[in-house]
Design a protein around this ligand. Structure first.
Ligand SMILES: [Zn+2]
Length: 463
């Protein structure tokens, strides 16, 4: 019965089926994107003060922390006051998960997630149950900069597991035809392209790596790319050359944005620029330089630190994303007064190579499932095509059932193109720069888009 009703439910206006936050949030963002810098600041300060008062009243972790450092939320007069609080890292979240949950919310008002984070360390966290509608409104608000209409259907080529043997299906909740990027091979890329064209899907929502792989396969099969108005791509860094390659193949704009499941930073491009515009309505973002001071000048790089303004279930204040970014110009020609990032860095880009030369992004294996709950750290190691070793640092309560669940989850995602073996290790060594790497790839990853790049560079020089 549920299977019958689900598609009907999602034919209701989006304002109804996406929850009570969707419509008001979208309405706000359509206005607030053109607010003055002062008005955005006041909006943030009001929300921050409410959040900090909530932390003091209802969240044991912050109650204790505020007492230890002598911080009084009632005394907060400016956003700079936030810097009197210490940073919150992923290990602290993991060790104090229970204490970070607000006492005044009931379990049914919360939603539990896990994420791979950016260091390959599985991490669980909570958000309010109604957060999804708000998040969707932010997504729609930035896509609207390209003319996107949320009532339209789109193509999705991301890490979504698909039951169907044809590796694509319609998902009514997303209003999207979803294609498996785990099964994107020379043989079925023609079918993907045909369906995308026949269904008249104006937008492709993907990972940068997946759309690049798609473009590469279309070229190798001499197939015409579907006529997209734009490619919407996130969850991975867009490296130099990749944007040019995708835009040249599809003759469409690549629109990229940056965010994570923890909902502490969201920043997207606009209609006139590929700088990332940080949503002031979403969170308070600091770019912290290596010496601990705030980046304030264009070109300065630092770690992204985010304080969420809407997650009252598990407030994340000054949360370390482990991702690096470079500050952009002071203002954009689009007229929005959002802070700009020139680029975001630090997301793993290593990929796993499948038996059929298919590239699998670890972003697609991003552990949004509870099967990694009893695992401390993981790392993929590959030295042979179609085979990967998953190194696991177990938690004490890890059992054989966890191994079975992990293998089942990976097989569901990577299917028959990669054989995974588990290998338990006491420790996973860090890289020379002190970071854990999710993928150690011994095989060469095909370089993509270099030809187009060279041509474009020479065109630019002539001009
Ligand atoms: Zn702009």
């Amino acid at each position: 019965m549920k299977a019958v009703l689900r598609p009907l439910y999602y034919r209701l206006p989006a304002t109804l089926c996406y929850g009570k936050n969707f419509a008001p949030t979208l309405q706000l963002l359509r206005q607030s994107q053109y607010w003055s810098a002062e008005r955005l600041y006041d909006y943030q300060l009001t929300k921050l003060r409410a959040m900090l008062r909530h932390c003091a009243a209802n969240v044991p972790y912050y109650r204790r922390l505020f007492r230890q450092v002598g911080f009084d939320p009632q005394q907060v007069r400016s956003l700079a006051d936030l810097q009197r609080l210490p940073l919150l890292d992923k290990a602290t979240v993991r060790d104090h998960l229970k204490d970070l949950i607000a006492e005044n919310l009931r379990p049914h008002q919360m939603h539990y997630f896990t994420t791979g984070g950016t260091m390959g360390v599985p991490l669980g966290f909570y958000n309010t149950r109604d957060a999804g509608g708000r998040e969707r409104a932010f997504m729609v608000a930035q896509w609207e900069r390209l003319g996107f209409d949320y009532r339209e259907r789109r193509a999705m080529l991301r890490g979504t597991p698909i039951k169907s043997s044809r590796h694509w299906q319609y998902d009514p909740s997303e209003r999207a035809f979803v294609f498996s990027n785990f099964h994107m091979t020379a043989t079925n890329v023609a079918e993907y392209a045909r369906v995308m064209q026949e269904k008249h899907l104006p937008y492709l929502h993907s990972y940068p790596s997946a759309v690049i792989d798609f473009a590469r396969l279309l070229q190798s099969q001499k197939l015409a790319p579907p006529p997209f108005k734009a490619i919407l791509a996130s969850s991975e860094t867009v490296y130099p050359g990749q944007r040019e390659f995708v835009e040249a193949v599809f003759k469409a704009r690549l629109f990229s944005w940056y965010g994570h499941s923890e909902d502490v930073v969201l920043a997207g491009e606009c209609e006139v620029s590929s700088d990332y515009h940080i949503f002031a309505e979403y969170s308070i973002v600091e770019v912290l330089k290596e010496d601990g001071s705030l980046a304030s000048v264009e070109g300065e790089a630092g770690e992204l630190i985010g304080s969420a303004l809407d997650n009252f279930a598990m407030p994340l204040i000054r949360y370390r994303t482990d991702d690096w970014a470079v500050l952009g110009r002071a203002r954009c020609a689009c007229g929005r007064n959002y802070q700009l990032l020139k680029e975001t860095r630090g997301r793993r880009q290593d990929m796993i190579i499948g038996r059929l030369d298919n590239l699998i992004s670890p972003t697609a294996l991003n552990f949004h499932t509870d099967v990694f709950d009893r695992v401390l750290q993981v790392q993929f190691y590959q030295r042979e095509k179609g085979k990967v070793e998953l190194r696991i640092k177990r938690r004490d309560d890890y059992t054989a059932q966890d191994s079975a669940n992990i293998l089942a989850a990976l097989n569901e995602k990577m299917g028959d193109t990669v054989a995974t073996t588990l290998h338990f290790v006491p420790d996973i060594p860090l890289s020379p720069s002190g970071k854990a790497r999710l993928v150690i790839q011994e095989l060469p990853i095909p370089q993509i888009g270099t030809t187009v790049n060279r041509e474009q560079r020479s065109v630019k020089r002539e001009a």
